[in-house]
Design a protein around this ligand. Structure first.
Ligand SMILES: NC(=O)c1ccc[n+]([C@@H]2O[C@H](COP(=O)([O-])OP(=O)(O)OC[C@H]3O[C@@H](n4cnc5c(N)ncnc54)[C@H](O)[C@@H]3O)[C@@H](O)[C@H]2O)c1
Length: 453
């Protein structure tokens, strides 16, 4: 099939590469000149495991092309995917300007009938607005065709996006037109060889399902964080509680980790957009508001814990941070808890030494003054990062931070103090090694002495 994907971000680029991998002819349209030029040379401008290999392979065999021009992408397309961003607007609602710009352009440039699909996360009713805009454009140009717009929300996770796309838990197709649905079924057939994973429904239900999934997952995290706060007061370890409840099949083991808050390009903005949708319908959404409020508070937890540890005295304090990306496996920093911590530490006057395997370039771009003045030092080595530090904070649980040489870490730090924002370490082991250890919703263990070094 001939596919056009509009937008070469985390979702568009992965979709384009995976559709090409299944033998389709794909043109990915990207309006950012620099990004499009880099992609055409086989340079992938974002970090996603396996993506660069896939892009290079299919650029070389001609199954995948990149273009700045929408006309190029849509000229022959059977299916056009809209995969542009839908960030939070000022009032929390989804900013649909990129999606509606694309719809307008499609109405002005399409010359033949094809299926248009929104893959971006969009509020209920957006598919209808996109269809209206395209069809009004086509009518103005006197073309006697009408376009059907389907919804195919994306559920991939950054860090395992290729695998998620190739072997999805489910593919939701919201489509009210039988011919378009038949085409989309054919497109997705190779992605579900061993059992049917297609869930077909109306466009509006598909649009809502994406928000419902993210709201549900975010709620689990915020609930766990609320329970963690209580655990800390009651001298109970939330990690014992997690194991206790995760073994209940009605609850399950996923998304019940207490931590320093969720970030990323989806949960925060999608929860806010759903709250706004409810308000627009004259409804209150107290549970969702609490999920959001708890998360905002949770992202402050690491700083508050450090502030208490240092008695609010920051003069000359050095804090080391392990992990900056909003989760392991990506360079995405959107709404990352690390940014809240960095802002607070720099405002308090701390000296910060931070390390991340792939996100330091983006952090340097966001904090040019702190980097230039030496108040923020970035490195890729976890050991260089902790030199002379008065506290180490684990924010993103990359694999390379899971089992470090803690004796070496201790010898490099000024004070062996560890704040574990993801509860990945063994509290007893660390206190036996001489660390003061503090996790989220866990009793404080150990006491620290200044390092001999
Ligand atoms: N990132 C994720 O993990 C994820 C997962 C599921 C769903 N989503 C949803 O998918 C959508 C895209 O997310 P993303 O993270 O890929 O966004 P992104 O910001 O990484 O990428 C969007 C890309 O679209 C390009 N673009 C914008 N307008 C354009 C236009 N008119 N023509 C061509 N290109 C244009 C931008 O330059 C950018 O490169 C969002 O709605 C998001 O909520 C994201």
């Amino acid at each position: 099939m001939r596919i056009c994907v509009i937008g070469a971000g985390y979702v568009g680029l992965v979709s384009a590469a995976c559709f090409a991998e299944m033998g389709n002819q794909v043109v990915c349209v990207e309006r950012d000149t620099l990004r499009a030029a880099r992609l055409a040379r086989g340079e992938v401008p974002l970090y996603e495991p396996g993506l660069e290999t896939l892009v290079r392979t299919h650029l070389a065999n001609g199954q995948l092309r990149f273009s700045l021009r929408l006309e190029d992408g849509i000229a022959q397309a059977d299916i056009v995917f809209i995969a542009v961003g839908t960030p939070s607007g000022e009032d929390g609602s989804a900013d649909l300007s990129h999606v509606l710009d694309v719809a307008h352009e499609l109405g002005a440039r399409l010359r033949h009938a094809c299926v248009v699909v929104t893959k971006s996360t969009v509020p209920v009713g957006t598919g209808e607005r996109v269809a209206q805009s395209i069809n009004a454009g086509l009518a103005r140009r006197g073309l006697g065709i009408r376009i059907a717009v389907a919804s195919n929300p994306e559920f991939l996770k950054e860090g395992s996006a290729i695998d998620d796309f190739m072997r999805p838990d489910r593919v939701i197709l919201g489509c009210d037109d039988p011919d378009s649905l038949a085409l989309l079924r054919r497109l997705y057939a190779p992605f579900q060889r061993n059992h049917e994973r297609l869930l077909c429904m109306g466009v509006r239900a598909a649009e809502f399902s994406k928000y419902a999934a993210n709201a549900f997952l975010a709620s689990r995290i915020s609930l766990m964080n609320e329970l963690a706060a209580l655990c800390a007061r009651l001298d109970v370890d939330i990690e014992d509680v997690r194991r206790g409840i995760g073994s209940d099949r009605r609850i399950g083991r996923h998304f019940i980790y207490a931590g320093c808050g969720y970030g990323g390009s989806c949960f925060p903005k999608d929860v806010r957009a759903l709250i706004r949708s409810a308000e627009q319908q004259g409804l209150d959404a107290p549970i969702l508001r609490a999920v959001e409020a708890r998360n905002v508070e949770q992202k402050r937890w690491l700083f508050e814990a450090l502030q208490a540890h240092f008695d609010g005295y920051w003069q000359g304090r050095r804090v080391a941070i392990w992990g900056l990306a909003f989760k392991p496996g990506t360079d995405d920093l959107r709404e990352a808890p690390s940014l809240v911590l960095l802002d607070a530490l720099l405002a308090a006057g701390a000296q910060v030494q931070a390390c991340d395997p792939v996100a330091t370039a983006e952090v340097a771009r966001r904090y040019p003054e702190a980097v230039a003045s030496g108040r923020l030092c970035l490195s890729e080595s976890p050991y260089t990062c902790v030199e002379g530090a008065d506290a180490l904070v684990l924010v993103t649980e990359w694999k390379q931070f899971r089992q470090p040489d803690f004796l070496r870490v201790r010898s490099l730090m000024r004070m062996p103090v560890l704040f574990d924002g993801r509860n990945i370490y063994d509290a007893r082991e660390l206190s036996a090694l001489g660390f003061l250890y503090r996790g989220v919703g866990r009793p404080m263990t150990g006491h620290c002495k200044a390092s001999a070094a």
